[in-house]
Design a protein around this ligand. Structure first.
Ligand SMILES: [Zn+2]
Length: 646
């Protein structure tokens, strides 16, 4: 709409002289949130990426008894939880996740899911006092996937309080994210009332579980007793502590053999299986057996069960975990239905052993006594839980190894390095996608998974649909690839770029150090940035700002090439908004390739072009920017000049 009152220009514009240097957008620094700055002041965090001297986190001890009733898909459970308040704060309210309420009829959610009843709370007592369901005061209330519990007495610093909760739910059918039942396999995850995280930066992090964004979980000890029909096999987080009570002598003998043999041992075979069949298990009282599992200082406990499972086992060598000078081992278990052989599952134990061994070597030794890969509902796709993965759907060998090494990679991030997946999904998925690529490159001898991520990112970056990766996992546009591209593929591509910026050795040392610093802790995005800034010995603010907070793209180009005497003058143009160093390859007639790097500071000074002068012009046959395609350049058609086709 025109505005009649707008003043008319009184003077003609000045005549143009030499065109000014085009001004460009410069990446501004990454700003801390007030909450992080406060944590630094209080000494729980630092600006070097090291946990602060006063770092604390909460802790809990769960004891859970649960039974699976396969005929109705019902899970009935009762738990006692001792919750330790290591914070300096007095808590009057505690928040507990009821993740099964994602499937309740009225729960808010970010995607369509099968509807069951959600979690039914049968009893809740705190410090021995049974609480009523009420919205305020000493009582509990439920809203979607969250339960608020008003405590009967304040939980002061360095004290603990006990919860006693009985509950029941119906496991959703296949189609539920990350869990569910096909009718013959039951993947039971996000299944028990679990304390929300209260941390030193945010306090209670109670963003609801809406189905898309994943989890943020505190560390805890678990003693879990799972009752299932005899003849059924269970795969779970933790170590089985009563094998003599539940496994048949034949199964125990074969498991023992798997510890001695260099080969994969078929522990439970087709003829050993089935409900009521006790070749694989013992006979249970009333046909039920109780499997006891124990796990220490882990983020979660999950399990799967089936009467149809085959069981393969072997051992992985993980390196010197306890630093006694000798290599340590981890038991590898895989559970799958016979029909999954056509999806390569008869090779899953070999794949799992290779995944654990590769990642133990690339990062640091796998810390636990066992690792289980379980074949489950299609909607598991590939999902990780401590010491356990659930993988569903048709696969070939490439796809099965790919998803196994990815999900196994999650045993490091976020299982050991416990970041907030819900708010910062890149902090586990992007790192894991990158680690997956390293594993595939090693196992398939040169397979380039990094390129697949880079191409996927570039395809979206060429549209208007890209969304910055520094975004809450539940706040990406629905039904688009924006979440997965940002979180997985762009972030993996960023790590490839970071490795090139720092050099392989500094990168890998910094990467491992970041992980080990935050082992069994809760790093934020600043702890990640600050670790690389200090360990890499330079301020990478421009890099974080560009690739984490913006959707700027990189377009480095050879603008023109001219000869001046004996010198070839190459005008490099930086046409995109994103900046990176320019990795130039100069090829001469004798085939020799010289590498020249234009530092990123050239662009950070505000210019958009830079001329490189190279002596010996007559012998130069080709110039190319970043021939290895390390950086995600959005237009490669302008990256190369050659004498034959100037
Ligand atoms: Zn993942």
């Amino acid at each position: 709409m025109a505005c009649a009152k707008w003043p008319r220009r009184q003077h003609p514009a000045p005549a143009p002289s030499a065109p000014p240097e085009p001004s460009r957008t410069l990446p501004y620094p990454v700003f801390e949130t007030k909450a992080f700055a406060r944590a630094v002041e209080r000494g729980t965090r630092t600006r070097t990426g090291v946990p602060g001297p006063k770092y604390w986190q909460q802790f809990a001890r769960y004891r859970i008894d649960a039974e699976l009733v396969p005929a109705t898909s019902q899970v009935n459970g009762r738990e006692t939880v001792r919750y330790f308040n290591n914070s300096p704060d007095t808590l009057k309210t505690v928040w507990i996740f009821l993740n099964q309420n994602l499937f309740a009829p009225t729960a808010p959610r970010g995607e369509s899911v099968p509807v069951t009843g959600g979690t039914e709370i049968l009893r809740l007592a705190v410090a021995g006092q049974a609480l009523a369901r009420r919205d305020t005061g000493v009582a509990y209330s439920v809203d979607g996937t969250l339960m608020r519990v008003g405590l009967p007495r304040a939980l002061v610093p360095h004290d603990s309080i006990d919860f006693d909760i009985a509950w029941a739910f119906q496991l959703p059918p296949d189609g539920a994210p990350r869990e569910g039942t096909t009718g013959d396999v039951f993947m039971v995850a996000y299944w028990y009332p679990q304390l929300a995280v209260y941390d030193d930066v945010t306090g209670w992090q109670i963003d609801p579980y809406l189905g898309v964004a994943e989890f943020y979980m505190g560390y805890a000890d678990y003693d879990v007793n799972l009752s299932v029909p005899q003849g059924w096999l269970v795969g779970a987080t933790g170590e089985l502590t009563n094998p003599n009570d539940v496994l048949s002598p034949q199964t125990r003998d074969r498991l023992a053999e798997s510890k001695r043999s260099p080969n994969v041992v078929r522990v439970v075979r087709e003829q050993d299986r089935g409900a009521g069949n006790t070749k694989a298990t013992r006979t249970g009282f009333d046909g039920v057996l109780t499997w006891r599992f124990r796990a220490r200082n882990v983020r979660d406990f999950d399990w799967g069960a089936s009467a149809k499972f085959l069981w393969d086992a072997t051992v992985a060598v993980v390196g010197d975990r306890d630093r006694d000078g000798h290599p340590d081992t981890t038991a590898i278990n895989t559970l799958y239905r016979p029909e999954a052989r056509r999806w390569s599952w008869d090779r899953s134990a070999e794949f799992e052993r290779n995944s654990v061994e590769f990642l133990s070597n690339y990062l640091w030794p796998y810390p636990w006594a066992q690792m289980t890969a379980l074949e489950g509902p299609v909607s598991c796709t590939g999902m990780e839980y401590p010491m356990l993965t659930c993988i569903g759907g048709p696969r070939d060998t490439l796809s099965l190894f790919s998803v196994q090494v990815h999900e196994t990679g999650h045993m490091w991030f976020p299982m050991q390095v416990g970041s907030d997946e819900r708010r910062y999904a890149w902090q586990d998925e992007g790192l894991t996608r990158f680690n997956q690529a390293q594993g595939m490159h090693w196992y398939f001898k040169g397979y380039d998974r990094e390129k697949i991520s880079r191409d996927a990112y570039l395809a979206l970056a060429k549209t208007d649909s890209e969304v910055p990766l520094m975004r809450h996992g539940d706040q990406y546009p629905f039904g688009t690839p924006a979440y997965s591209i940002a979180t997985y593929d762009k972030m993996a591509t960023n790590l490839v770029a970071l490795r090139a910026l720092l050099g392989d050795e500094t990168f890998l040392t910094s990467y491992r150090t970041y992980g080990l610093r935050w082992l069994e802790k809760h790093p934020t995005q600043y702890d990640f940035f600050n670790s690389f800034n200090t360990l890499g010995g330079r301020d990478l603010s421009w890099f974080w700002r560009t690739w984490w907070y913006e959707t700027w793209t990189l377009d480095q180009a050879i603008g023109s090439v001219s000869v001046s005497g004996d010198t070839l003058r190459v005008r490099i143009e930086d046409r995109g908004l994103a900046m990176m160093p320019v990795r130039l390859a100069v090829t001469r007639a004798d085939g020799k390739v010289e590498r020249i790097v234009v530092p990123v500071d050239t662009w950070l000074a505000g210019t958009r072009h830079h001329t490189v002068s190279i002596p010996g012009a007559a012998m130069i046959t080709a110039i190319e920017i970043d021939p290895e395609q390390i950086f995600p350049d959005i237009d490669r058609s302008n990256n190369r000049w050659s004498k034959a086709s100037p």
